[in-house]
Design a protein around this ligand. Structure first.
Ligand code: ATP
Length: 375
């Protein structure tokens, strides 16, 4: 089922006199393709949950429309939309067994959706198998691990065979290892069921790793939509470039002058055809090449061994952060001696952004900015 968001806006009026209203979501348009997993991503307060709640019907948009397939569901109540919802606090009913928890939403179905006892049991076992908890059906929630409880919550959401599955930070209560395992589970379950899924998270790595597409939001405004790799490789603006990637992108004060990108006295890339101006220069950590004749000069601070790679920590007066972090193939270490390190820069790993509006300026030879860009 494709989900179409058309100019969705949600404004929360300020209750205090003279205060500003909160524009939680501002003119969000996007067609979520049938059967895809979409990650809504952004810092706290950027409007991810509000977008999700509008899709499921818990919040009514101030303006704009929502379609499931060709049907306008904007005015429909949540229970009439056929959505499955899993929250961060996925409260299972503690006094019920796993089986009873999964059966519960089925027992409340009305009209033509009503099921017989046998059908309900069959469905409960079927979804329990999908999330691999069919061995645990007679247990109570407190007899399960966090990850197993999370899977029960997903099974409960899947039991009604939702047309759309909505997950709001479903992994945040889990420890690091379980998070990793459960996010792979979610991906597997989504692929198996083919249910169009929207997944909210503030964790960029999580969103990148399991989503077919990501939507990056900031202060209610969509910044960029696209396949995770495409957005990483071709960010629309400085915010998106900084939000994606660990370690984060290195940002320098720089300028375009005479067809070159300059960081201080160092000409680090070609910028033919781009007018002279002040810019921010972003270089991904994996974009540095140790090169005794490389154009970018930095002061070496430390080399951290990571196994296959080394992390070279250096400083540069024009860097907006205290340290420049570069990830270098361990074999290249031989190219480093003395207090000054010199780097060449991979042309597809350096981005420049207008100093005023922080929008990306595409350098010669670089692809256009990835996919649909809004805001
Ligand atoms: P988080 O990651 O912290 O959950 P989020 O991206 O999901 O954040 P939202 O919960 O969608 O953000 O909130 C977006 C903005 O709307 C925030 O500024 C928030 O304070 C505001 N907001 C959310 N719900 C309400 C409400 N019921 N009344 C007033 N303002 C609200």
């Amino acid at each position: 089922m494709k989900v179409v968001l058309q100019n969705l806006t949600k404004i929360f009026p300020n209750r205090k006199k003279g205060g500003d209203d909160v524009v939680a979501v501002n003119d969000f348009s996007f067609e979520i393709p049938d059967g895809k997993l979409v990650g809504l991503l952004g810092p706290s307060g950027c409007g991810k949950s509000t977008s999700l709640y509008m899709i499921c019907g818990l919040q009514k948009p101030t303006s704009g429309k929502i379609f499931f397939g060709d049907i306008d569901v904007t005015a429909l109540e949540p229970e009439s939309r056929g959505v499955g919802l899993v929250f961060q606090n996925y409260a299972l009913y503690p006094h019920m067994t796993v089986k009873q928890n999964i059966l519960y939403p089925l027992q409340n179905l009305k009209g033509s959706d009503k099921m017989t006892k046998e059908q309900m049991l069959e469905r409960a076992v079927e979804v329990a198998k999908i999330v691999q908890i069919d061995e645990l059906l007679e247990r109570k929630p407190h007899e399960l691990s966090g990850g197993q409880q999370q899977r029960v919550a997903i099974a409960r959401a899947l039991a009604k065979m939702p047309r759309v599955l909505l997950l709001d930070e479903p992994l945040s209560n889990l420890d690091a290892r379980l998070r990793l395992q459960t996010r792979e589970e979610i991906r597997r379950i989504q692929r198996k069921t083919g249910i169009t899924t929207v997944f909210v998270t503030h964790d960029q790595e999580e969103a990148m790793s399991i989503s077919d597409m990501i939507v990056v939001m900031k202060k209610g405004v969509v910044q960029q939509i696209g396949a995770p790799q495409a957005v990483y490789d071709s960010p629309a603006n400085l915010f998106v470039a900084k939000f994606l990637g660990t370690p984060p992108i290195n940002v320098f004060e720089g300028e375009v002058k005479g067809g070159k990108v300059w960081i201080g006295e160092d000409a680090v890339a070609d910028a033919e055809g781009i007018a002279d101006r002040k810019v921010f220069v972003g270089i991904r950590p994996e974009g540095f090449i140790l090169d005794p004749n490389g154009p970018l000069h930095c002061d070496l601070r430390a080399v951290e061994v990571m196994g296959r790679d080394v992390s070279v920590v250096s400083t540069n007066a024009n860097c907006t952060a205290e340290q420049v972090r570069s990830i270098i193939d361990a074999d290249q270490r031989k190219n480093m001696n003395g207090d000054v390190v010199r780097f060449a820069v991979k042309p597809n790993k350096i981005f420049i952004f207008d100093k005023e509006n922080e929008e990306r300026i595409v350098l010669p030879g670089q692809d256009k900015i990835a996919e649909a860009i809004e805001g």
